[in-house]
Design a protein around this ligand. Structure first.
Ligand SMILES: C[S@@+](CC[C@H](N)C(=O)[O-])C[C@H]1O[C@@H](n2cnc3c(N)ncnc32)[C@H](O)[C@@H]1O
Length: 382
């Protein structure tokens, strides 16, 4: 149903003079029940007001019971006009009357919005028939569009994030299958492709935290797994630093280059499309240039970052620098496990942790593990 379509609706028809009393009674006697359907326009016809009711028999019966002795009214069926100015606040509200009640519980509680694209994962629809599943998914997708006026396309997430480039399979369930969008975050703008690059809006606060850290003037930073550049760009936007950003995915590289321009950061961020392992090749000029000169290294490739600590040691100043290392670690005590992993790796290479500046769980990752970050000062054992 689009925003102007008519909808078959039950109305409570009441004389104009009694309308105010009805609203008062609803407020005092049924304060927790949203019985009036705020999505539909209230009609004024002659001496009558027609209040649209939500499609819930039990609630309507309670209303009748509650005001039956106090007011004269009629319940009628008519075509209701959707209010084009109504703001849907939640999926639940936008789906009211659209799905059987037992399905509502199976609707995902959250979804991601990236620019004009929404991404949702239906992990509890497995028990339903194929026909019903696809009908319900379409209804949920339409409801997402109603709640988020900027969303034009809804994708269903069909796989976990996987592979070298950390991508997920997406299937369009509403709108045009165009995965490119612009996304605003913390006063920066990002152009990206949700199918062919990695990006999650769920790290918005973590990126904010990083961008507000204390950086020395002209600090030399490496963003090892930069993607389309959300971390590099937010740090460079707020600080007087120089960042070298790397990504192995050529599509991510194409977008970070655009994003550097979009955010007017040319010269502050240098982006390279390459495997960071190659930095250690004796003929790699970027590696030669950065070797043991870097002040800070950000490693946001949680499932693999620990395996690249040798590259960090190759680049980091031997007199000491800061590593911001993201890892997925098993519960219990994921932070302790993450730091111990790092300590073991470093010690094998002749480095050590001088100080743990900050460590925390960024977000839960799975029932068994969390995403953790440790900002640590590391030094070469001289
Ligand atoms: C989890 S994503 C993080 C992207 C970005 N930091 C962000 O916050 O959106 C990891 C990125 O590392 C890249 N990557 C994986 N292995 C790499 C490697 N060996 N060298 C350079 N980049 C790599 C992937 O292509 C992916 O874009």
């Amino acid at each position: 149903m689009n925003r102007t379509e008519n909808k078959k609706t039950q109305f409570l028809k009441i004389e104009k003079e009694s309308a105010e009393k009805l609203l008062r009674l609803l407020k005092t006697k049924l304060p927790d029940e949203n019985i009036l359907d705020k999505r539909i326009i209230t009609m004024h016809i002659g001496h009558y007001v027609l209040f649209p009711l939500i499609n819930d028999e039990k609630k309507v019966n309670r209303l009748i019971e509650c005001i039956g002795n106090e007011l004269t009214f009629e319940i009628i069926n008519a075509k209701g006009k959707l209010d084009p100015n109504h703001k849907f606040r939640s999926l639940e509200e936008a789906l009211e009357g659209e799905l059987p009640e037992d399905i509502i519980d199976l609707i995902p509680k959250s979804y991601d919005v990236i620019g004009k694209i929404a991404i949702i994962e239906f992990d509890r629809f497995n028990s339903l028939s194929v026909d019903k599943t696809s009908l319900y998914k379409k209804k949920v997708a339409k409801a997402i569009v109603k709640v988020n006026k900027k969303v034009e396309t809804v994708y269903e997430k069909k796989s976990e994030v996987k592979g070298k480039y950390r991508l997920k399979e997406l299937r369009p369930i509403f709108g045009v299958d165009n995965p490119e969008t612009f996304h605003k975050e913390n006063h920066c703008i990002f152009k990206l492709d949700v199918k062919n690059t990695y990006f999650t809006p769920r790290l918005v606060f973590e990126r904010k935290r990083l961008s507000l850290l204390k950086f020395a003037q002209n600090e030399l930073i490496v963003d090892m797994f930069a993607g389309v550049g959300p971390i590099s760009i937010q740090i460079a936007k707020n600080n007087d630093v120089k960042i070298y950003s790397f990504d192995i995915n050529p599509t991510a590289h194409k977008y970070i280059i655009e994003n550097i321009k979009l955010n007017k950061l040319k010269g502050k961020i240098l982006a390279y499309s390459m495997d960071v392992v190659d930095l250690k090749n004796s003929s790699n000029e970027v590696g030669i240039n950065l070797k043991n000169r870097v002040d800070r290294i950000i490693m946001n490739l949680p499932e693999q970052s620990i395996n690249y600590v040798d590259i960090a040691c190759f680049l980091m100043k031997k007199t000491g620098g800061i590593l911001d290392l993201y890892q997925f670690c098993e519960k219990p005590n994921p932070i302790e496990k993450g730091i111990e992993n790092l300590r073991t790796k470093l010690n094998r290479m002749g480095w050590y942790i001088e100080e743990i500046i900050n460590s925390k769980i960024v977000k839960p990752f799975s029932p068994k593990s969390d995403l953790i970050v440790a900002d640590v000062k590391i030094k070469y054992i001289m």
